[in-house]
Write a protein that binds this ligand. Structure first.
Ligand SMILES: *Cc1c(COP(=O)(O)O)cnc(C)c1O
Length: 442
């Protein structure tokens, strides 16, 4: 399909802001209740429960082979922390009060691969391993899965290979877990992938294939390679429902964390969650899980770099994966690893658009500045992409049309919880972090 930019911008004037690389926010005028929106997702609470149960079956295995998961008994989960010093800093910098509390979800520090991909990426490979082993009669769902940590299982999985295209973090998660189980695994990496991530993968026994082009090309090549070999499984980040479900389990887990720490979410205590978005599976899956856990009291907002606003573009024009940011002259070049995606997932936008409150874009420069500010105020170090949502509470504070339409009174907003989803950075080497901080100007 050819895109006529002139006609499209006439129909959707907001695109002019995207094309000019201006920071933009768009609140969904057609948001519906969970009840109305859920049928369009094509997945439901039973699917999330299935994923949650599968992760519990694998917990004894994960605890054994990744000792860093021992303190959560083999469950890959991150903590939530309050960042009130950062909240004060934001209020000062932007001269606007942020009503309610500001919390950070530290998926940046998830065990095994140090990013949100430790949810979906690892889960997807566990689905594959379990399916193969059960079909071969080697495993049953009632077994203690720590038996997978054996030469017999590693030999069995070594007959199969796994291929994935990645800008970095997905490759890290898929690569590390696949190699650990015994699969032969290739990660096809785009030009923007960081050297240290490639090195870490190689040291874990992963075959790294490098490309000079962007993510789309790495994915296409990976898919082509895998197509030649019937024993090779290609992990399709753009369309995978199992990745999506791996992420969705975050909803019920967060709900429990909030119960444990006394954070209230209900009609009078709204929860706003700001999620960095690349292809959409991570934030889409998490948002789906959050909606099932908190119903209409949670409000999800996706955040993308000004140079890679693929989800905002796809949903706003209703063209979804039939349009790329390059089609409207945007270069898809950003320092935000994992967010440098020019074309959104084929299913996440279509499935989730009715349940998402809004979308915002942020410049690389501001992500760096927020990175420095979070380090300064809270001593928490993240990678630039993980800061994409940090501007969300500031944007919301001036979004009076949205506030009015949604009937968020000042009283309600004083009870609000803002949760910024920090998606990566826990494994960034010190020198790399120092260079991020240098670029922050803080
Ligand atoms: C992958 C990634 C995201 C977004 O996930 P998608 O599924 O691509 O939308 C956000 N932040 C980081 C650090 C990531 O690696």
């Amino acid at each position: 399909m050819t895109i006529d930019v002139h006609t499209l911008t006439k129909q959707y004037p907001l695109l002019n802001q995207l094309i000019a690389l201006e920071e933009t926010a768009w609140f969904n005028p057609s948001i519906t209740s969970l009840e109305q929106g859920l049928p369009y997702v094509g997945l439901d609470a039973n699917d999330v429960k299935d994923a949650s149960d599968r992760l519990k079956r694998f917990a004894p295995y994960l605890e054994q082979v990744f000792p860093e998961t021992a303190k959560t008994n083999g469950i890959i989960e991150s903590e939530v922390v309050e960042i009130s010093a950062m909240k004060r800093l934001l209020e000062q910098e932007y001269q606007k009060p942020i009503c309610g509390r500001l919390l950070l979800k530290k998926d940046s520090h998830l065990p095994i691969s140090g990013s949100i991909k430790a949810r979906g990426g690892i889960y997807e490979i566990l689905v594959l391993a379990e399916t193969l082993a059960i079909e071969a009669g080697l495993l049953s769902k009632s077994d203690d899965y720590s038996k997978l940590d054996s030469d017999a299982f590693r030999d069995f999985f070594s007959q199969y290979s796994v291929a994935v295209g990645s800008t970095g973090n997905l490759g890290m998660s898929i690569g590390i877990i696949s190699a650990k189980l015994g699969f032969s695994v290739s990660v096809h990496m785009s030009a923007d992938a960081k050297e240290w991530k490639k090195n870490k993968l190689r040291s874990n026994g992963v075959n790294v294939v490098e490309y000079e082009q962007d993510y789309g090309v790495a994915v296409a090549q990976g898919r082509k390679e895998a197509g030649k070999d019937p024993n090779c499984f290609f992990i399709d980040d753009e369309n995978s429902r199992s990745l999506f479900l791996g992420y969705s389990v975050a909803g019920e887990r967060l709900k429990q964390q909030f119960v444990d720490s006394g954070v209230q979410v209900d009609a009078e205590h709204p929860l706003f969650v700001y999620l960095p978005c690349g292809v959409g599976g991570g934030p889409g899956g998490v948002a789906f899980g959050l909606k099932l856990a908190f119903g209409d009291h949670v409000h999800c907002i996706f955040a993308e770099p000004t140079h890679s606003p693929c989800m905002l573009l796809g949903v706003h024009t209703q063209l979804h994966d039939e349009i790329s940011v390059q089609d409207i002259g945007i270069d898809n070049i950003t320092a935000a690893d994992g967010l440098a995606v020019g074309r959104a997932s084929g299913f996440v936008g279509r499935a989730m658009e009715r349940l998402l409150d809004g979308y915002l874009t942020i410049s690389d420069q501001r992500m760096y500045r927020l990175l420095g500010q979070l380090n300064q105020s809270e001593s928490i170090q993240l990678e630039p992409s993980a800061l994409a949502g940090m501007i969300g509470p500031v944007i919301l504070a001036s979004a009076s049309d949205y506030m009015e339409r949604m009937q968020f009174s000042p009283d309600k907003m004083n009870n609000a919880t803002h949760l910024v989803w920090a998606t990566g950075g826990g494994m960034v080497p010190e020198e790399e972090m120092a260079s991020y901080l240098a670029k922050s100007g803080i």
